[in-house]
Design a protein around this ligand. Structure first.
Ligand code: PGA
Length: 251
């Protein structure tokens, strides 16, 4: 595990974008695992800038998103499909057939989960998976008490997650209570993982994910077992960590 600490949100975003851009430069037909939420928005802005300046192209890139709410239409502004178009896909030269997001309005959830896993496998697996982290330690929508051996599956969102995500909706009642998410096993199969976190409200879950017991109660703790994972944190998210073990890129 490598821990990189930078000064602030923008530096975290730029660092993460550089890691993803390097992956695409080294392997133009990379398979990217992508995340939504507020944390990666700055990273997507920097990735778009790298595309606009001609440093990277998405022509041969394939993407798989971590998750999607159930029962939200693609055109709903709160769907993750909509988020991805707005923040990345409409701004770069990716082919629509290379974009993969679980279908949240499927009428056969189980089949959709199996199809998604198969698709990842058919593309040769994920080269680099980008993750955020929930305050309860979730990754993707793998909420506390998840089974580590789960592949893509339907999840019931935790009360904390519904509350946290209600800031994007008019009322908490509008927040979907279910989603389709890659499972922990799907995430752990990625060759590389980069997890981003910023802000003091993430300091506790980051501490537990890195130093805590490996337990389904704190899903991100499983990353301690991954052979190639980097945490990119701003000072506040890293504030509870032992400073000896951190690469401080702001010094
Ligand atoms: P956030 O969500 O980036 O909006 O804080 C992270 C997550 O829930 O994974």
């Amino acid at each position: 595990m490598r821990i990189i600490c930078v000064n602030n949100y923008d530096e975290m975003s730029e660092k993460a974008a550089n890691i993803v851009a390097s992956q695409i430069i080294l392997k133009p037909d990379s398979v990217l695992g992508l995340a939504t939420g507020s944390t990666p928005i700055g990273m997507y802005n920097h990735i778009v800038k790298a595309y606009e300046s001609g440093k990277i192209s998405f022509q041969n890139v394939t993407t798989f998103n971590l998750d999607e709410y159930l029962n939200l239409d693609k055109n709903n502004a709160q769907s993750y499909y909509f988020y991805m178009r707005k923040n990345l896909y409409d701004k770069v030269d990716i082919s629509i057939e290379n974009i993969n997001i679980p279908d949240g309005i499927t009428d056969n959830i189980q089949e959709e989960c199996i199809r998604y896993e198969k698709e990842i496998r058919n593309k040769g697996g994920i080269d680099i998976q980008v993750l955020g982290i929930g305050r309860n330690g979730h990754i993707g929508f793998n909420e506390p008490d998840i089974k580590f051996e789960a592949l893509t599956h339907m999840v019931n969102l935790d009360d904390q997650t519904i509350k946290d995500n209600s800031r994007f909706f008019d009322t908490v009642k509008e927040v979907p209570t279910k989603a389709i998410s890659m499972g922990i096993k799907t995430i752990m199969r990625a060759r590389k993982i980069v997890l981003l976190a910023s802000g003091k409200e993430k300091a506790n879950c980051i501490y537990e994910a890195i130093y805590g017991k490996i337990t389904p109660n704190l899903p991100a703790s499983v990353l301690q077992l991954h052979p190639d994972v980097v945490f990119v944190l701003d000072k506040e998210a890293a504030s509870k960590l032992d400073s000896e073990e951190i690469d401080k890129e702001y010094l």
